[in-house]
Design a protein. Structure first.
Ligand code: HEM
Ligand SMILES: [Ca+2]
Ligand SMILES: [Ca+2]
Length: 286
């Protein structure tokens, strides 16, 4: 049922040889303009790949306007994740050749993606379902070394009572950033995930959570649960170890259940790929 080569390195070598360079260039430009976009890309890897597969190209999403007039599948895959490199993280060569799914995943999203206050058992189990082991989960959550969390996700740890698990000095900062028990939905109120190195994907996250400065319940649990704590300590000590595990886990995540070749999911209405989309992509950028 799975025709074609599946996911491979440099899938577009023949059909669109400039593809990876074009994207790399676009990513650099976007990052230069809005550093925050890199956080979204990183998060998208999780949110896209974890739910069925990486079937919407996260990098092309950022230049979506150019292509979206055509409401066809975009046949482009996620690629080298320059977003991670831009954040100072490791370079992770990724395979390409994914097709976009056409099925709305909103209905199954909650079955896959853990919530901010999910128990560690559920989190570990959900990741294990796609082949990511405990050190892999610990490494992936290191993504919370960049970006932000909106107050709506945090106020339950501050009001009506402050969660005693939180570091008191951090509580002060959080209260300052989230002064209202019910945040005004229009006000953009948030706390940075990592106050120390907010723009760098580094192992500072692990030091934060060991210091009870994890924002989400899952962050805090990661540092306290006996299954994950040993890895948290190891990653807090060694950036190399963190990067190694992070790269390994991102690779597994990116290859989760890929929709490649002419394979069609029984429950999806995926249309067979025509190479015209690739050609259009190449054409538009030239
Ligand atoms: C148990 C698993 C996870 C949970 C419950 C979770 C939950 C969250 C929540 C609630 C936020 C805050 C969103 C906001 O308020 O704007 C967030 C931010 C973020 N998450 Fe996760 N996350 C998880 C795992 C991951 C993984 C595996 C990655 C990537 C590999 C990731 C990457 C990010 C990034 C980069 C941000 C910052 C986004 C931004 O600044 O726009 N998360 N996460
Ligand atoms: Ca997906
Ligand atoms: Ca950081």
């Amino acid at each position: 049922e799975n025709e074609g080569p599946g996911l491979v390195m440099n899938y577009y070598r023949d059909s669109c040889p400039q593809a990876e360079d074009i994207i790399k260039e676009q990513v650099k430009l976007l990052y230069k303009r809005h550093k925050n976009t890199a956080f979204s890309w990183l998060r998208n890897i999780f949110h896209d790949c974890f739910v069925e597969s990486c079937d919407a190209s996260l990098l092309l999403d950022s230049t979506r306007r150019m292509l979206s007039e055509k409401e066809t599948d975009r046949s482009f895959g996620m690629r080298n994740l320059d977003g991670i490199v831009a954040l100072g993280g490791p370079y992770i060569p990724l395979k390409t050749g994914r097709r976009d799914g056409r099925k709305s995943r909103a209905n199954i999203l909650e079955q896959h993606l853990p919530d901010h206050n999910e128990s560690m058992s559920v989190v570990l189990e959900r990741f294990a379902n796609i082949g990511i082991d405990t050190p892999g989960v610990v490494a992936l959550l290191g993504a919370h070394s960049v970006g932000r969390t909106h107050c709506v996700k945090l106020v339950h740890r501050l009001y009506p009572e402050v969660d005693p698990a939180l570091n008191p000095t951090h509580v002060e900062h959080m209260l300052h950033k989230c002064p209202d028990a019910i945040p005004d939905p229009k006000a953009v109120q948030y706390v940075r995930n990592d106050r120390g190195t907010p723009m760098k994907l580094d192992n500072n996250y692990y030091r934060n959570i060991l210091d009870n400065k994890g924002l989400l319940i899952v962050d805090h649990q990661l540092a306290t649960d006996k299954r994950t704590k040993p890895y948290v300590k190891k990653m807090a000590k060694s950036q190399d170890y963190f990067f190694k595990e992070f790269g390994r886990a991102i690779t597994i995540l990116s290859e989760n259940n890929p929709l490649t070749g002419t394979r069609v999911r029984s429950e999806s209405s995926a249309i067979l790929q025509t190479s015209s989309i690739e050609v259009t992509l190449c054409f538009k950028h030239l």
